[in-house]
Design a protein around this ligand. Structure first.
Ligand code: NDP
Length: 250
């Protein structure tokens, strides 16, 4: 008998791992034995996330990095490799919203959301793919959204970025399969985090009415699916988008 954890010896990078869904993912992967690198823009939030994950007994590195910037993405990947020597799992989780009706949306609302939520996923995926190709193994998991599959009013920028993440996931899965790198997306519905707290009460209630399970999801419930996709049980799963939404979108 051994109590070796299922992902012991592996290294995971979770962007936006300082709160919400990203922190829940970092915790779940740390529980399974990975060393974890978390990123975010806010240094104080990084410190508290690192301290929290360390209580699980995991090795953790926090790196202040903006995922919409190429230099920051490259620096994050370099820091992870320098500290832990390899990257086995990349979770592209960092994301923002700048909601506005189409006709009122500013260019800047569009650019910021696309730069963070889609360009950032491309930058990080490209940056880790090279070392995963050398390793001939890896898992890349991007957090999309039901908005990317069904569209949300007031979110043309966000819905377009998340639909882009789903397309990127499929194309990268086809390209990288040769090196045993599996690329998947997880698409959450309404999940209780700071981001969801920004949704006006009326819109939130209207959305909830459409959820067959009639409740908001927990960050942990998204993290459990990421945990599965990062593990050995998902060895024949690639190019997929797994929806975690209480039935909101089927
Ligand atoms: P939160 O706003 O609660 O957390 C976002 C995280 O991303 C924080 O750690 C934040 O840290 C980080 N972040 C934001 N922008 C950047 C950036 N440019 N560079 C690096 N880190 C960044 O969001 P959620 O946990 O709710 O969302 C996580 C993911 O799940 C996102 O991709 C979101 O689109 C997606 N999602 C969420 C849903 C929900 O209902 N909550 C539904 C569907 C999808 P900091 O601010 O310090 O940079």
């Amino acid at each position: 008998m051994t109590d070796r954890k299922p992902l012991a010896g592996r290294v995971a990078v979770v962007t936006g791992g300082t709160r919400g869904i990203g922190l829940a993912i970092a915790r779940a992967l740390a529980e399974d034995g990975t060393s974890v690198v978390v990123s975010g823009r806010d240094a104080a939030r990084l410190d508290s996330a690192v301290a929290e994950i360390e209580t699980l007994g995991a090795s953790v590195l926090g790196v202040a990095a903006d995922q919409s910037k190429r230099e920051d993405c490259d620096r994050l990947v370099d820091a992870a490799k320098e500290r832990f020597g390899r990257i086995d799992v990349l979770v592209n989780n960092a994301g923002i919203t700048r909601d506005q009706l189409l006709v009122r949306m500013k260019d800047d609302d569009w650019d910021q959301v696309l730069d963070t939520n889609l360009r950032g996923v491309f930058l990080m995926t490209r940056a880790v793919a090279k070392s995963m190709m050398r390793q001939k193994s890896g898992r890349i998991i991007s957090i999309a959204s039901t908005a990317g599959a069904m569209g949300n009013p007031g979110q043309v920028n966000y819905s377009a970025a998340k639909a882009g993440v789903i397309g990127l996931t499929k194309a990268a899965a086809r390209e990288l399969a040769h090196w045993n790198i599996l690329v998947n997306a997880v698409a959450p519905g309404l999940i209780e985090t700071d981001m969801a707290a920004g949704i006006p009460a009326e819109a939130r209630e209207a959305l909830l009415q459409q959820v067959p399970l009639k409740r908001v999801g927990a960050a942990r419930e998204v993290a459990e699916v990421v945990r599965f996709l990062a593990g050995d049980g998902a060895a024949y799963v690639t190019g997929q988008t797994i929806h975690v939404n209480g039935g909101l979108y089927m």
